[in-house]
Design a protein around this ligand. Structure first.
Ligand code: GLV
Length: 327
């Protein structure tokens, strides 16, 4: 019996995808450019599964070229790169990798929040470039955390993990979410507020919502103007949740104090982008889940989802369970 053909858009360490060995015919694309391109596209007509990254677009055009496709498995928790309704219409289950990157992403969120609050990029650069001088009582002053307010936009798994960490730093917690989460309020003392109040009252605003039509551009000019002038915006969700042009103006004109971005729009952010020129903007290259453990588990779960789909079984982590007849 021939093995099902699987397209993997980008090479992964063999030990991360060991469960596929001998069970699929794996065709792997090059590290660059991202997405399904070149030779891999030529095999779409026979592909029964796709193992993709958040940089790969899986849309109508691609699906139309893959008539034998039975499963799409994303090595990410976010699935904004995939046209889910189009997959659902075709009865194709889509897998993702929640849970295993929660701690890594929450840790990174706190790392960049603290870095921006305490101006680590600027002060480290100044030390390295000979601008340390004598110890200065007023040099590189940053924001206090204890007693300050953190507003969390999106109280899912990662939002909650950030809230847990933030409590340890003495931050007061506000959150906005499509629905209140009484268990989080009980456990962490977080207050559920409308976004407008969160923006107005928070010293730190941290984004943890998925990217969808409702959240695209959520942090626009009006939202940035609603924030405190001393506030710091943290984005470890998806770049397009924030309007980049409005953010440049907000940071340049002092509507807010600083931003710490793990994700940007566009991504990657080109070196000439004005955000890089701003000393109050910290940018790291979408590394929220970039720990050895998290990335390996993400790949392993992506393989589990893929193999389940090929076997016609429910995926352990499926974003469109309707394809299995679930409500
Ligand atoms: C990372 O951004 C993910 O969605 O897994």
């Amino acid at each position: 019996m021939s093995l099902p053909t699987i397209l993997l858009s980008h090479p992964l360490p063999p030990e991360w995808i060991a469960s596929l060995a001998g069970r699929v015919r794996l065709l792997t694309g090059p590290a660059e450019p991202p997405g399904f391109s070149g030779e891999l596209l030529a095999h779409l007509d026979v592909a029964e599964g796709i193992l993709c990254l958040l940089t790969d677009r899986v849309d109508e055009a691609l699906l139309a070229r893959a008539p034998r496709l039975r499963v799409v498995s994303n090595m990410a928790v976010g699935v904004d790169n995939i046209d889910i309704p189009a997959c659902t219409r075709r009865g194709i289950p889509v897998g993702h990798t929640p849970g295993v990157l929660t701690d890594a992403t929450a840790d990174l969120t706190m790392a960049i929040l603290l870095s921006a609050a305490r101006r680590l990029p600027e002060s480290a650069r100044d030390a390295r470039q000979g601008r340390w001088g004598t110890w200065s009582p007023t040099g590189w002053l940053g924001a206090d955390l204890r007693g300050a307010t953190l507003g969390i936009v999106g109280m899912g798994k990662i939002g909650r993990a950030v809230a847990e960490r933030a409590r340890g730093f003495g931050l007061r917690l506000l959150y906005s979410n499509p629905a209140p989460r009484p268990e989080v309020e009980a456990a962490l003392g977080a207050e559920y507020v409308p976004l407008e109040a969160l923006l107005r009252r928070s010293d730190f605003v941290s984004l943890h919502c998925p990217l969808n039509p409702r959240t695209r551009g959520l942090i626009d000019e009006a939202a940035l103007r609603a924030m405190k002038p001393g506030a710091i915006l943290v984005n470890a969700a998806r770049g397009p949740v924030v309007d980049s042009a409005a953010l440049v103006r907000a940071l340049t004109e002092g509507w807010i104090a600083a931003a710490a971005l793990d994700v940007t729009d566009p991504e990657p952010l080109p070196p000439e982008h004005p955000l890089y020129a701003l000393p109050n903007c910290l940018i790291v290259p979408h590394i929220g889940s970039a720990t050895h453990g998290a990335r390996r588990r993400m790949a392993e779960i992506a393989c589990e989802n893929l193999l389940a789909g090929l076997a016609g079984k429910r995926l352990p982590h499926c974003v469109n369970p309707q394809v299995f007849g679930d409500v």
